[in-house]
Design a protein around this ligand. Structure first.
Ligand SMILES: CC(=O)CC(=O)SCCNC(=O)CCNC(=O)[C@H](O)C(C)(C)COP(=O)(O)OP(=O)(O)OC[C@H]1O[C@@H](n2cnc3c(N)ncnc32)[C@H](O)[C@@H]1OP(=O)(O)O
Ligand SMILES: NC(=O)C1=CN([C@@H]2O[C@H](COP(=O)(O)OP(=O)(O)OC[C@H]3O[C@@H](n4cnc5c(N)ncnc54)[C@H](O)[C@@H]3O)[C@@H](O)[C@H]2O)C=CC1
Length: 253
């Protein structure tokens, strides 16, 4: 699929990985609709110029995401793809050091945003893209979801986060299989540890240990390195139904 003059929704676009994807797609000649809960996303769209618009919204809300998709349909020639970066990280032990059990609402909130939110964005985007005229190879759209290496090697304190991301991994193949009849691809990226504002929510010593644990290169990933993989997934139509780890080889302890 080409990027030039095509329209993409990017969720979580007000920060980190989503913001880097927006910059890269606009540089490649694409149009973008930026969605984020935070109102800072409006400034991000202004910085990117006419190719970008922002629609503030919550990925867990059907109405908000339908409004984002509608805006994308009107911002060019229909919706070509989605990069779904909105998400939250959380840390809580099952039993804390005082012997208290983890908070159930906090667990449900992480799963609601990261997993149910992904399903919500995927279902509404797919319904819209299934109506696109077919392009090369009959392709009508592409969906890129964001999992995490924590889906596979979650650490102490990551039950909620790892479960939510493992759910994203689990949906990739059945979604790709189902949507193949509409010419829509579904991929997931499982990043290792990237230098974004999200890292501020993880204990500092855990982040320091993690960057040392990367075999090579021994550093956190840069958001544009993530955006470059998203760009490749959009333009390479043979990529489908797979989860790609982008992690410098880290296997978290
Ligand atoms: C955002 C992404 O998508 C990418 C990522 O996932 S980045 C990874 C993020 N990682 C995290 O968020 C980990 C968060 N967890 C922690 O920081 C801590 O485990 C915690 C703050 C939740 C608890 O700390 P604590 O109370 O000191 O843990 P404690 O109960 O003493 O440790 C239990 C055991 O687990 C080990 N452990 C604790 N934290 C660990 C960690 N982060 N990594 C590896 N082992 C850990 C301890 O060494 C200890 O092992 P031993 O009993 O053999 O000594
Ligand atoms: N930074 C990292 O090391 C890694 C990040 N990831 C995943 O990548 C994705 C992007 O993360 P980062 O850019 O690092 O985080 P970030 O915290 O910098 O950005 C996430 C954005 O999502 C938005 N958001 C949160 N909840 C939302 C909701 N309900 N509706 C709409 N927007 C919402 C936030 O406002 C924020 O702007 C997340 O899904 C995260 O779990 C995965 C592995 C590693």
């Amino acid at each position: 699929m080409r990027i030039e003059n095509a329209t993409f929704v990017i969720t979580g676009a007000g920060s980190g990985l989503g913001s880097a994807c927006a910059e890269r797609l606009v540089a490649a000649g694409g149009r973008v609709v930026l969605c984020d809960l935070s109102e800072g996303v409006q400034d991000q769209a202004r910085r990117l110029g006419d190719a970008a618009i922002a629609v503030q919204g919550d990925v867990t809300s059907a109405d908000d995401i339908q409004a984002v998709i509608d805006a994308a349909q009107a911002h060019g020639d229909g919706l070509a793809g989605v990069i779904h970066c909105a998400g939250v990280v959380s840390v809580a032990k099952l039993v804390d050091r005082h012997g208290n059990p983890a908070d159930l609402d906090a667990y449900a909130r992480t799963v609601q945003i990261n997993l149910v939110g992904t399903f919500n964005v995927m279902r509404l985007a797919a319904a819209a893209m299934s109506q696109n005229p077919p392009g090369d190879d009959g392709e009508r759209g592409v969906i890129i979801n964001i999992a995490s290496v924590a889906a596979f090697d979650g650490q102490v304190g990551q039950c909620a986060y790892s479960a939510s991301k493992a759910g994203v991994v689990g949906m990739s193949l059945p979604a790709a299989r189902e949507l193949s009849r509409h010419g829509i691809r579904v991929m997931a990226i499982a990043p290792g540890v990237f230098e974004t504002p999200m890292m501020a929510d993880i204990p500092e010593d855990a982040v320091a240990a993690l960057s040392q644990a990367v075999p090579f290169p021994k550093r956190l990933g840069k958001p544009d390195e993530f955006a470059r993989l998203a760009e490749q997934i959009i333009t390479n139509s043979m990529l489908n139904g797979e989860v790609i780890r982008l992690d410098g080889g880290i296997r978290m302890q």
